[in-house]
Design a binder for this molecule. Sequence first.
Ligand code: SF4
Length: 344
Amino acid sequence: MEAKPELRGLKKEEMVTLVKNWGEPSFRGEQVFHWVQARCQDDFEKMHTLPGTLREQLALKTCIPLIRIERIWQGEDGTQKFLLELSDGEKIESVLLKHPDHYTLCISSQVGCRFKCRFCATGKMGLKRNLTPGEIVGQVHVIYQNTSCSIRNVVFMGMGEPLDNLGAVKKAIDLLGDPKGQNIGQRRITISTCGLIPEINKLAAHELQCVLAISLHAPTDDLRSKLVPVNKKYPLDELLKACRNYFSASGRRISFEYALMDGVNDSPQHAHQLAALLGKFPAHINILPANPIRGRDFRGTGEKKLKRFVGILEASSLPVTVRKARGQEIEAACGQLNPLEEED
Ligand code: SF4
């Protein structure tokens, strides 16, 4: 039997085609899209502007798979972590970050991840499966429904490597950006990657306007291959070429994420190497002390060494921002998401 279309994953034009095939006028498709994507409604009965016959057809022939909030953790700084159960029982996590005048939602693109970065709790899970476009945008919907917080920015920095699920991520970006839906445009969306070069080039070819954030974490191939194993396949010089390609296509500066691990990647020599690597690049560097994860023995760099590291980059005129860890005490910070470790 053919699977029912998942309404959260249908673009407006697909929704219009769907209902037109049932003999309904186009505007009904746009209404359904608005109910699903803007009002985040998952109960057909509550879509009261639709005729009863159309609501029946939708209930019979389509689906909006349940995404259930299993647990919410509240951080001291207002950060909230959500443990979500998908319709097949798999679990993912999303993190809502509070800023003075807006909210950013950090969403997942996969259940687990296959890239095994050394400082990342998700990488310890391995990859269970990709999320569908509907499950990706569904995180925005259920968290909006639960909190009523207006989400201004979306970052693909939750569980999974977004470029390893590029088709679904691209469609989710289109869905989020639709003015009749959430209207979160590409310039307010960040895609974080460990550095999958062919997919970065595909993003450039699609002429996306999203911020591209590279999980860099080391200034040399030797060290990076230990921390981010995919570097063995996609080394730094080729990665930077792909980044330059993305910059040329999008006009957007590339963000490089660098988590400082005590005694691993935080020496003055590493800082000089990083400055040399990115010196002529249209880059912005985000520095943060690495967050602790269970079962790994590294520690985040302390204040003094961090200042020294940042000072060297600033002396080389590199644009640097020191990021504060958000939600570390509830294991909601970068690299800490792993629903398999939430039982205790
Ligand atoms: S940092 Fe990203 S790519 Fe690396 S293991 Fe974690 S989720 Fe996967």
